[in-house]
Design a protein around this ligand. Structure first.
Ligand SMILES: C[S@@+](CC[C@H](N)C(=O)[O-])C[C@H]1O[C@@H](n2cnc3c(N)ncnc32)[C@H](O)[C@@H]1O
Length: 259
């Protein structure tokens, strides 16, 4: 059973314009993530990016010459993605309702699979993949190991509109549910990353629980001021940390009912 904080109601926060407008403030995925995703792919392979957001994974893959389809239920996300690139076939739909292309060599979910209804999507993924195809589940990629992180996280917990949140491991949950078997894991070395405090604070509003529409502008500004004050104790202008991204490659399964 999925934890309450992963309910569709919360996933729908990515339809809010304030999140989409700030999405580019989140750190981009490192090149080595794309190297890992494509290392074993034939040239011009067909790839599906599910929960694609504004195209952070789909666009670089298309630019490497792959045939990429991408889907996301957020109209605002898809509109922004389509403005950025016409090399990807974009679709606005929930993964659960989307008619998946066939003959895929790779399906990618990047920080999005936790929002989906696993008993529905995993059998669809299994059906759409070639016999040698893989599902790549990407997690991480957010700034960590910066001075003041524990204090910032305490503020995040207090101000999030997703008060159901509890820490979780997506991979453990889907493996325990019988939906996925990891065959290979690639984790990036910690990549140094620095960002202005102002941009870092904006990037938090591109995350679940921090949509300005849902927080209200007064709460949002109060939160911003507190986070800024915490971070300025350590550096007046910047946040310095690292990014670590993990890709679990494996095969989708039908869930507890069987392979
Ligand atoms: C944190 S964003 C990740 C976006 C992008 N993959 C990335 O890595 O930057 C999560 C995305 O999952 C999408 N999402 C939420 N529920 C979904 C569902 N049921 N099917 C497909 N995508 C969903 C959201 O609209 C949002 O764009």
């Amino acid at each position: 059973m999925k934890p309450a904080h992963l309910a569709r109601y919360y996933g729908d926060q990515f339809q809010d314009q304030s999140i989409v407008d700030r999405y580019h403030k989140r750190p981009a995925y490192d090149e080595c993530v794309f190297d890992a995703l494509t290392a074993q792919l034939p040239a011009h392979a067909r790839i599906l990016d599910v929960g694609c957001g504004t195209g952070e994974i789909a666009i670089p893959l298309a630019e490497r010459g792959y045939v990429v389809t991408a889907v996301d239920p957020s109209a605002a996300m898809i509109e922004k993605a389509a403005q950025k690139s016409q090399q990807v076939e974009w679709h606005q739909a929930y993964a659960e309702a989307f008619h998946l292309p066939e003959d895929l060599s790779l399906i990618v979910t990047a920080n999005s699979l936790h929002w989906m209804d696993w008993p529905v999507v995993f059998p669809k993924f299994k059906q759409a993949l070639r016999a040698d195809g893989m599902l790549a589940v990407i997690t991480g990629g957010e700034l960590s190991d910066y001075a003041g992180q524990a204090e910032v996280m305490a503020l995040v917990k207090a101000y999030s509109t997703n008060q159901d949140f509890t820490p979780f491991s997506l991979i453990e949950l889907i493996e325990q549910g019988g939906f996925f078997k990891t065959e290979r894991v690639v984790s990036t070395d910690p990549v140094p990353y620095r960002q202005s405090i102002a941009d870092f604070v904006e990037s938090i509003h591109a995350r679940n629980g921090f949509s300005i529409e849902r927080m209200g502008i007064d709460k949002a500004r109060e939160f911003d001021a507190k986070v800024t004050a915490v971070l300025q104790q350590y550096d007046p202008f910047q946040v310095n940390g690292v990014l670590v991204t993990t890709v679990n490659f494996g095969r989708p399964c039908d869930g507890e009912r069987g392979e």
